[in-house]
Write a new protein. Structure first.
Length: 281
């Protein structure tokens, strides 16, 4: 083992392993995964970012992706709905399937893919529109509901995002007038309006205060009953609190994937053990 990866005890003070204190019973593993990844490789120009990723993400569960900065977590997440296509020089090989759909196939309708696979980003990014229009825009544009049903759709999505009671009397107010935590829940409601099958969340709480973070975490636990959620987080305590399964990425490789309790209490790979106990990262 390299000294760079595993420093001598004198060179660091290892932090305690994150405490595994699940809030709910872990989601059961279903026979067919929601997302299947086979030998997936991703490069920007000559630099290979992801190296031969093989992974099966269970349906209707929260899967956390952890690892040090620059290990490829967000790149992997953005590959699932092909947001990386927007970056010049991006190339990929291998296979990703979402509920059987070949994500990387040339015949795949990328606009429809991004409707089916919603995305919530690190910082809240509501549209410069009213609260109502932020949620109604996607269903109206994609023809998912009749115009007369839009008000009910907006209410349903805001209720799912635990935001309805806070905004029901000011739906015409700008989405940007809300607090940071409310804006992030509005972005979640906006994604839900497109009737997705999967929700991708890239550090959704990193810009929020502890109270707003708790609200988002509680919301994620509620949403997993109906949606497959893949969450990138630097916060290992958060992963331990709310995820059912966890994948550890390091230097573009998926080092280990397991149930969250097992990965945090009895990891099978030395690199996983070193990371979660604070020896690097």
């Amino acid at each position: 083992m390299s000294s760079a990866l595993f420093p001598s005890p004198a060179s660091y003070m290892a932090t305690p392993r994150p405490t595994f204190t699940p809030r709910t019973v872990p989601a059961p593993v279903t026979a067919e995964p929601a997302i299947t990844v086979r030998d997936f490789r991703f490069s920007f120009g000559p630099r290979e970012i992801l190296k031969g990723i093989d992974l099966a993400i269970p349906r209707k569960a929260v899967t956390a992706i952890i690892g040090p900065s620059g290990c490829g977590k967000s790149t992997f997440l953005r590959s699932i709905n092909r947001l990386n296509d927007l970056t010049p020089g991006a190339t990929y090989q291998g296979e990703i399937r979402v509920h059987g759909l070949a994500v990387l196939a040339k015949s795949t309708d990328v606009v429809d893919l991004r409707r089916r696979v919603g995305m919530v980003f690190q910082r809240p990014n509501p549209f410069p529109k009213s609260i109502y229009d932020n949620v109604a825009y996607g269903p109206a544009l994609n023809g998912l509901v009749a115009p007369r049903d839009l008000p009910d759709t907006v209410e349903r999505c805001l209720r799912q995002a635990a935001l309805w009671d806070e905004v029901k009397d000011r739906l015409d107010a700008p989405g940007t007038s809300l607090s940071g935590g409310q804006q992030q829940r509005l972005c979640i409601a906006r994604a839900l309006g497109n009737q997705p099958e999967v929700l991708l969340m890239d550090e959704p709480c990193s810009a929020l205060d502890p109270i707003a973070t708790q609200r988002i975490e509680e919301l994620i636990l509620q949403l997993r009953r109906d949606y497959t959620i893949v969450l990138v987080t630097h916060n290992m305590q958060q992963a331990a609190r709310i995820s059912d399964f966890t994948g550890f990425f390091h230097m573009g490789e998926l080092v280990e994937f397991a149930g969250t309790e097992k990965l945090f209490t009895n990891p099978s790979q030395p690199r996983t053990e070193a990371y979660i106990t604070g020896r690097f990262g």
